[in-house]
Write a protein that binds this ligand. Structure first.
Ligand code: PLP
Length: 472
């Protein structure tokens, strides 16, 4: 592609991007393609000769677009948000154009220093402890893996990096029955063995029960195991339950255990002063992550990860081949030592542009609105005798089910499952589910960047009418 062709196609593409965002509600939210359909639409062999961009883009529209689910639709209420916003998209265009490898300070000083500045901005605006030092990771999964490995190193006095784990007592990691699966994955990858991830029971509100945690730690100590790390969650994936960080933190402090707080989904709420109580106990926290790529209008990937003691993190991950030795080492942040991959995208740019374009107040207002819509929906669900609010929303996720009286649990589960499929097949909205004590429960996550109260109310009307029509 010549520079003048690039200019022309880039202009055309921006028009298409703006058109897409303006017309996003005309697409079925969940893709309707069948398994294998996209694959079959693609040629078996790649082109041997260059193709022009018009042809490629036509195929993109005809073959690829039908296979896309529209996560940016304000009618997307499934899983968790994966928000973007115009400033984030613009920043990604610049990042892709610069194509910089931001692995160490020397390879792009501005990337390292902007990263340090924006994570400090967020730390202060969220009211996190001043001792936290932050870095941007790709995902919360990578971040919790970094925590588990650093906790493993701390508890083995950095011996396991040198000698491996053989001969070590079993190192235990704790979460709750609602803790995200990335923790179990992290325990496996860190070499601790999946059986050493202990899921303790939750309280009635699905938050981790600290008494059960302390008992599990004591049982393990009595059995000769070594408690290594606890993962508490602010906003579990199923119901956005909030684990009691202060009580968990006191236990971790007593037993010398690393405390990681997973705020991937709900941590954004810490930007709101009215959620300041969620910070109770953060003085005990060793690491914390939240995902601007979920609920802060910054497109995937962008997880902000803070640690109490960056020296532990760096000692765990640092490796220094000859070609990466620099004169500035030690006086600047070389973020490749703060996590798993060497290569790093310039993620700070989109975070910076999002924060500046919305302003902290703009971010707060948008997040506050989402929480308000979720709460309003919950009240409306409670008002309908044939629906059940399964969990009162703390943040942005409303858990409910269609529950006309006199129907057994098994049948209700089947009714709600089929309701969920029908709603999603309609293309009008997209919801997903969780299972709570054997109850098939619909989840409506009210957090898409441009969702309004009208979208939420229209979705609720659709849910009610679909459920009742099928029951007739
Ligand atoms: N933790 C929680 C509570 C989540 O909801 C999720 C995503 O669903 C994750 C972790 C994993 O996030 P990521 O995709 O950034 O690894």
């Amino acid at each position: 592609m010549t520079p003048s062709e690039f200019r022309k196609y880039a202009h055309d593409l921006v028009d298409w991007l703006a058109w897409y965002l303006e017309n996003i509600e005309s697409f079925p939210v969940k893709s309707r393609v069948r398994p294998g359909e996209v694959y079959a639409g693609l040629p078996e062999q790649p082109p041997m000769k260059a193709e022009d961009f018009d042809t490629i883009f036509r195929d993109f529209n005809e073959i690829i677009m039908p296979g896309m689910t529209h996560w940016q639709s304000p009618n997307f209420f499934a899983y968790f948000p994966a928000n973007t916003s115009p400033p984030s998209i613009l920043a990604e265009m610049i990042t892709a154009t610069l194509g910089a490898q931001c692995m160490i300070w020397e390879t792009s000083p501005a990337a390292a220093e902007l990263e340090e500045r924006v994570v400090n901005w967020l730390r202060d605006q969220m009211g996190l402890p001043a001792f936290f030092e932050g870095v941007i990771q790709d995902t919360a999964s990578t971040s919790v893996l970094a925590s588990i490995i650093t906790a493993r190193e701390r508890i083995t006095r950095f011996d396991s990096n040198e000698e491996g784990l053989s001969g070590c007592p079993k190192l235990r990691v704790y979460g709750s029955t609602q803790t995200h699966s990335s923790v179990e994955k992290g325990v496996k990858i860190a070499g601790l063995g999946r059986k050493n991830f202990i899921r303790v029971r939750t309280r009635n509100d699905y938050s981790l029960d600290p008494r059960a945690l302390e008992k599990a730690i004591n049982d393990d100590l009595a059995a000769g195991c070594t408690p290594c790390c606890v993962v508490a969650t602010i906003g579990t994936t199923g119901t956005t339950a909030i684990d009691p960080v202060r009580e968990i933190g006191e236990i971790c402090r007593r037993y010398g255990v690393w405390l990681h707080v997973d705020g991937a989904l709900g941590g954004t709420a810490l930007l709101l002063p009215e959620f300041g109580h969620l910070l109770q106990g953060f003085e005990f926290v060793d690491s914390f992550v939240f995902n601007p790529h979920k609920w802060m209008f910054t497109n995937f990937d962008c997880s902000v990860y803070w640690v109490r003691d960056a020296a532990h993190l760096i000692k765990t991950f640092e490796i220094l081949p000859e070609y990466l030795k620099t004169r500035t080492r030690g006086s600047v942040n070389d973020y490749r030592d703060w996590g798993i991959p060497l290569g790093r995208r310039f993620r700070a740019l989109k975070l910076w542009m999002v924060i500046r374009s919305f302003g902290i107040e703009g971010l707060r207002n948008r997040i506050r609105d989402h929480i308000g819509y979720a709460r309003k929906l919950a009240v409306m669900i409670e008002d309908e005798p044939d629906f059940e609010l399964v969990v009162r929303p703390v943040l942005n996720t409303v858990c409910f089910r269609y529950s006309p009286p006199g129907i057994d649990v098994k049948t209700l589960n089947a009714i709600n499952e089929s309701l969920n499929h029908r709603l999603n097949d309609s293309g009008k909205i997209y919801l997903t589910h969780t299972s709570l004590e054997g109850r098939y429960t619909l989840r409506m996550v009210v957090s898409q960047t441009n969702v309004t109260e009208e979208h939420v109310m229209a979705a609720w009307d659709l849910i009610k009418s679909e459920a009742r029509a099928a029951a007739k």
